[in-house]
Design a protein around this ligand. Structure first.
Ligand code: FEO
Length: 394
């Protein structure tokens, strides 16, 4: 997209990536993404906030040329990850007078990741301000949005908070501001789950910090700008809270259909008890959807075939992912069909060491499930129901 003015002399100059389908070689992007960069023209100085993923440099360059930017004083690096910092070397080559503004930790990362000259990087402190003349930038350190060096940049004269990944959504859209609120909120939740959920405690603190500032635009580095920040801040507040919902996430993988029979019976039994269930067949589950479901789930179930004597590798992967994301889930259960020896419970439980969950009694059965195994699934549904009752969810 061409450069567009957000506020007087504040422009969106980044790039929409309509075609990107995968992030971090891991996370599917069903709606593409964007790498937002913002240009601020003060009466005395000009600053660029963040850059773009390197393959999109030509778009950023064209936008800066369209705005006739022949001189750039500062490039603020809110975050060192390359989807925002990767085009810094190109920017610095085009504008040899420009200095990078960032914090000490981010400077270290930038020097590790990119071919930059350290003397062109100016370090700022938490809450330090930088005058552009009639506009001011203030830097607010927000470590562990998902990396330890992240900061936010505040523009008080225009009441804009530039938040980089924080509040971002992987959404490629022609909308400058959020217009499809449901889609953006859904994708912001997915993004929170994928990268920020392990740092929920830090995010909670950053939400508190933001209350000290008056702003009516949140300009993230992915997805459209929020011109009504209240709802996304409230959504984040819910996601980082300790509250869980009456929801079971049930992942399953079945080699010959036995595990699937019990998994789907368990789904029916849970639903019959008034519990919402999100089943994920791990043969084709979308990791982002699984992560997003884990934001609210009170219980997670791993249903798996045994492969040799251990869990199926797809179950290992799901357990590893859930464990890495550190959701606030309260209970976990393992369901497994096996042929001979069975180390499924030991091996999956060992993976789940980050989770502060109560492990419910496992449901193990040999080969194809019999009547007694279906009854055991019903007892597991009863147990989950009682646990949800104790949490006040049903
Ligand atoms: Fe969008 Fe952490 O980079």
């Amino acid at each position: 997209m061409k450069a567009r003015e957000i506020r007087n002399n504040v422009f969106a100059v980044g790039a929409v990536d309509w075609d990107r389908t995968l992030f971090d070689a891991l996370v599917p992007l069903p709606h593409g993404t964007s790498y937002n960069a913002y240009l601020i023209k003060g009466s005395e100085k000009i600053a660029l906030i963040d850059t773009v993923d390197p393959p999109k440099w030509e778009i950023l360059k064209t936008n800066l040329e369209q705005l006739r930017i022949e001189h750039l004083d500062y490039v603020v690096a809110n975050h060192a990850e390359q989807d925002h910092s990767g085009a810094l070397p190109f920017v610095l080559e085009k504008y040899p007078e420009a200095r990078v503004i960032t914090n000490a930790k981010c400077k270290g990362f930038l020097l590790d990741l990119l071919p930059l000259e350290p003397e062109r990087i100016q370090v700022v402190q938490d809450r330090e301000t930088l005058s552009l003349g009639d506009k001011t930038l203030q830097f607010i350190f927000a470590p562990w949005v998902h990396w330890p060096e992240t900061m936010l940049t505040y523009l008080p004269e225009d009441k804009i908070m530039f938040t980089c990944d924080f509040f971002g959504s992987h959404v490629a859209t022609s909308d400058l501001f959020v217009r499809d609120r449901d889609l953006v909120c859904q994708e912001a939740k997915r993004y929170y789950a994928e990268i920020m959920m392990p740092f929920a405690r830090s995010i909670r603190k950053h939400l508190e910090t933001l209350r000290e500032f008056e702003f009516d635009l949140i300009a993230p580095s992915h997805g459209p700008i929020y011109d009504d920040p209240v709802y996304i801040m409230q959504a984040y507040q819910d996601w980082v809270s300790d509250e869980v919902q009456n929801l079971v996430v049930l992942t399953y993988v079945s080699m010959h259909g036995s595990t699937e029979k019990i998994a789907l019976h368990l789904v029916e039994e849970l639903v019959g008890r008034g519990i919402t269930v999100k089943p994920f067949n791990l043969l084709h589950a979308d990791e982002g959807e699984l992560a997003a479901a884990m934001v609210d789930a009170a219980t997670v179930v791993f249903a798996t075939s045994a492969l040799l004597v251990g869990p199926h590798p797809k179950s290992v992967y799901a357990a590893y992912l859930v464990n890495a994301l550190k959701p606030k889930v309260k209970h976990a259960a393992i369901v497994a069909s096996y042929g001979w020896g069975n180390k499924v419970v030991d091996e999956l439980t060992a993976i789940l060491k980050n989770l502060k969950v109560e492990m419910l009694p496992p449901l193990l059965f040999k080969g194809d499930p019999r009547e007694a195994d279906f009854q055991a699934a019903e007892r597991l549904a009863d147990e989950i129901y009682r646990k949800h009752q104790t949490l006040g969810l049903v």
